[in-house]
Design a protein around this ligand. Structure first.
Ligand SMILES: *Cc1c(COP(=O)(O)O)cnc(C)c1O
Length: 364
């Protein structure tokens, strides 16, 4: 009766033979890192797949955020969302800027643009918003506010790989978008991330910033850090990229099954606009109360099923950032749960999960 362990996600690994072919090439060339042919090939293919002008493959999604802040020369306050992974806000603090939270929209769970302007001070220099679960922020309103107040815009698009908004890549919005290719993400390179921009000058700055600031072996453009990624990581991305369409299709089918089996229960889901072609990166559900969520989680855990509280706690409750009262984000974070969703998840397990939720919501 007891399941093997079912986690919220499972890393897609390509057939080992396919990965080995690329590793063999790396061994033959003896070129393992520093902008080798696989890194450049991955960047080219990602540019084409995602429909963006410049992309830099870096060591993770957190360094991507940090470099974005540095490249835009942001100092001071950054208005951001309390409902995201910790890296969104901690990268702001790590760059010696101050995260100033604005609450989220209870329907989309993304930063609520109507609450941004009241947070703007003379020290505000940027907006850093997350496309939560791959669901686009209200990019038009955010960018109108940014233009009016001369603020930079960074999107944390760690969840938004391949998402289209109004027939173009969501990554085309803002000054810079960042991606994470961590093993838990939809598209991954084990560890990895990317910085995306359509601005030539910014692209040039980023290109040297991620390589210690080098301009040739003995010259420097300026301050930099080590943001590079390796041939071995690029090889994983090159194996995965041709399969991503099938992976997304499978996740869509699993999500549709969840939708159907959960439709009569007292649960809600984030609202995704009809202008979006979604990537099915996550399957979040919102319970009526935290107590309901905890009862269901406990029951799932007893069956070896481990959903995750993405995102709990609200970042605005963390004392090493800035404690700020964010009513909506705190409420949502207490009653949200992301259900298991990955390419290999059996349909029967989706049925079992929804059955357990059903049993425990009715008697709870
Ligand atoms: C995963 C994630 C990050 C961090 O990416 P890493 O590659 O793990 O450093 C940043 N922001 C969000 C929203 C994430 O989910």
């Amino acid at each position: 009766m007891s399941n093997p362990i079912i986690n919220v996600t499972k890393t897609y690994l390509p057939p080992l033979e396919e990965y080995s072919v690329l590793l063999k090439g790396i061994w033959e060339r003896g070129w393992v890192t520093n902008f080798g042919p696989l890194v450049l090939e991955l960047e080219e293919k990602l540019k084409r797949y995602l429909g963006v002008k410049h992309i830099f493959f870096v060591s993770n999604g957190t360094i991507a955020l940090q470099v974005a802040i540095k490249a835009l020369e942001i100092r001071g306050e950054i208005i951001t969302t309390p409902f995201s992974y910790i890296a969104t806000a901690s990268s702001i603090g790590w760059e010696d800027c101050k995260p100033v939270f604005a609450d989220i929209n209870p329907d989309t769970l993304c930063l609520n643009p109507r609450l941004i302007e009241e947070k703007i001070s003379v020290h505000t220099q940027a907006i850093l918003a997350t496309h939560v679960y791959g669901n686009p922020c209200d990019v038009e309103t955010i960018e109108a506010i940014a233009a009016k107040h001369q603020l930079k815009v960074i999107y944390d698009a760690a969840h938004a790989f391949g998402v289209q908004y109004k027939n173009q890549s969501l990554l085309n919005f803002g000054d810079i978008s960042t991606l994470s290719f961590h093993a838990t993400k939809l598209f991954h390179t084990i560890e990895g991330g990317a910085i995306v921009t359509n601005d030539e000058e910014l692209a040039h700055r980023i290109s040297y910033m991620i390589n210690f600031g080098h301009n040739g072996p003995e010259n420097f453009f300026g301050l930099g850090i080590n943001g590079k990624n390796s041939e071995v990581h690029a090889a994983m991305g090159l194996c995965l990229l041709p399969k991503i369409g099938d992976i997304i299709r499978k996740r869509r089918e699993l999500s549709t099954l969840y939708d159907r089996l959960l439709q009569d229960l007292p649960l809600t889901r984030p609202i995704i606009s009809n202008d979006v072609i979604y990537n099915f990166a996550y399957y979040p559900i919102l319970f009526r109360t935290e107590a309901n969520m905890l009862i269901v989680r406990e029951a799932l855990n007893r069956h070896n099923i481990f959903p995750r509280r993405y995102f709990y706690p609200a970042l605005s409750t963390l004392d090493f950032l800035q404690i700020q009262n964010m009513v909506v984000a705190e409420d949502i974070s207490q009653r949200v749960l992301c259900l298991p969703l990955y390419h290999e998840l059996p349909y029967a397990t989706v049925t079992q999960i929804t059955q357990i939720i059903n049993d425990n919501l009715r008697c709870g």
